[in-house]
Design a protein around this ligand. Structure first.
Ligand code: SF4
Length: 483
């Protein structure tokens, strides 16, 4: 019997980190972001291949394909089922596309994205879901196989597939059980990288291919703006270090990839786990051949953890410092203090581990004074790179509820992103003032002569890195002044 065909794809258009739940970043407007690998599609492909489906995986967005190219490929392939990975920002355009593809080619249609995680009915009512058959709000690898079997082979019970919405016989959407998570991450196959164009996803500084390896899922923290605790759960589910090593080895040996992003909501949260993985890397044949970057909270964190990470090949760690005001850190329930932010920065400087600082401004309670405290923290911490985003009230987060109560929501919460927030401003500042403050802090940081000379000095013997620094620097300034 001919295999059923499934297309998994990111559509053409502006670049977004579609594979992310909490950071569906607008890559084009970020300060130094590169597209991360489409692991959500890769995981879905791996699961579907195991079930015997014919797969086509296409990241049209990152390949800079045109709509015509996409339509041509779909016309030739004629999939039985299509799955599009959407974001809160692009959802309207994505749904228009799904509707058109359904009309033209008639496949089963699946939308996957954090936006569909136990969604408010009022939010769903904003969307034209007339041509959508299934929505996956949770982890795609725990749902897409069952959806395909049910939709294409009539097998299984769709009501038992967690974290999805499906269309019932009477045409209305039913939601299955949410807030349950797949526990055994080691049992999941690795993303099907043989179907991914791995060369597309690179380190921003060197342009070398960089694979994303998901090491854990979930976060026990309660930051009011973050989707993770709701979507991935408050309990951290780890893969075993052995299982991560197997994936690293496969990437290196089969695909020649030497650079990795260890994707975990907070990679360093379990110091023993990190030590075990890093020790395994150090004792393996991969030692000295691979490099990695990871996210971290500033607490819990030990200097020894940073040391062993650096020894194992970590070239950069990224901290969500968020704010330089203890009052705001408390309001956003970060569970960290300015002092801990500075401590983490100091340890990185002492260990010689470069670090990114991520900051958010524009929270409802913020005055100009609070934002100036964040500016002060940035200069005291002295990260290698920074990004400042504007508070974004995603549906389903406590920040959304606060903004609603305070009357700070713009007309439509969907369609916005971290640089074009759906808030009208803070209680004390207009959005225009927040945007201007962001611009002035970013320029004040990146255009310091001492910073420019230091960075240029670091890469003077690496022309490609030098070129990329210049490229991202120019892009940042153009983006900021364009606004
Ligand atoms: S620490 Fe906060 S921002 Fe980071 S993943 Fe956890 S809840 Fe989200």
């Amino acid at each position: 019997m001919e295999k059923k065909k499934i297309l998994l794809f990111y559509p053409p258009g502006p670049m977004f980190q579609r594979g992310e739940d909490r950071c569906q970043q607008n890559v084009d407007e970020g300060s130094a972001q590169a597209m991360r690998a489409c692991n959500d599609l890769g995981y879905a492909a791996a699961v579907l291949l195991k079930r015997g489906y014919d797969i086509k995986l296409r990241d049209f967005q990152t390949e800079l394909c045109s709509n015509e190219q996409m339509y041509k490929e779909i016309d030739e392939y004629r999939p039985d089922l299509i799955m599009l990975s959407t974001t809160n920002t692009t959802v309207f355009d994505d749904i228009k596309l799904i509707n058109d593809l359904k009309d033209k080619f008639g496949p089963v249609t699946v939308l996957k994205g954090a936006i569909f995680y136990d969604p408010e009915q009022a939010m769903l009512d904003l969307l034209d879901l007339s041509h959508t058959d299934y929505m996956i709000g949770g982890e795609v690898d725990f749902a897409i196989g069952e959806i395909a079997d049910f939709a294409l082979k009539g097998e299984g019970r769709i009501e038992e597939v967690d974290n999805i919405l499906y269309r019932d016989e009477d045409g209305t959407f039913r939601r299955t059980k949410f807030h349950v998570w797949g526990e055994d991450l080691d049992s999941q196959p690795f993303p099907a990288r043989e179907y991914m164009n791995n060369a597309l996803y690179t380190r921003p500084d060197t342009d070398d291919p960089m694979a994303t390896i998901q090491t854990a899922r979930g976060c026990p923290s309660q930051c009011v703006f973050c989707l993770t605790p709701g979507i991935s759960g408050k309990c951290v589910r780890f893969r075993s270090p052995e299982n991560v090593m197997q994936e690293l080895t496969e990437c290196y040996e089969k695909f020649g990839i030497r650079d990795f992003f260890f994707k975990a909501d907070t990679f360093t949260i379990n110091a023993d786990w990190v030590e075990k993985l890093c020790t395994m890397i150090i004792e393996s044949p991969l030692y000295g051949k691979i490099r990695f970057t990871a996210n971290s909270r500033v607490n819990p964190l030990k200097k020894e953890t940073l040391e062993i990470m650096k020894k194992a090949g970590c070239f950069m760690v990224a901290f969500g410092f968020e704010s330089g005001s203890d009052e705001i850190l408390k309001k956003i329930r970060k569970g960290a203090t300015v002092e801990q932010n500075l401590q983490a920065a100091k340890w990185c400087h002492e260990v010689g581990l470069p670090f990114w600082g991520f900051f958010v401004i524009g929270f409802p309670w913020e005055t100009k004074e609070h934002i100036m405290q964040t500016k002060k923290l940035i200069h005291r911490a002295d990260p290698d790179f920074i990004e400042i985003t504007i508070a974004l009230p995603y549906y389903g987060t406590p920040l959304y509820d606060t903004c609603k109560e305070e009357g700070l929501l713009a007309e439509n919460v969907l369609g916005s992103d971290f640089f074009h927030s759906s808030m009208t401003g803070t209680k004390y500042l207009s959005m225009d003032e927040v945007v201007k403050l962001r611009r002035s802090i970013l320029l004040g940081f990146y255009l310091r002569p001492v910073y420019i000379f230091r960075k240029m000095g670091e890469c003077i013997t690496h022309p490609s890195v030098f070129f990329n620094y210049c490229k991202y620097g120019i892009k940042l300034v153009v983006n900021l002044f364009r606004k």
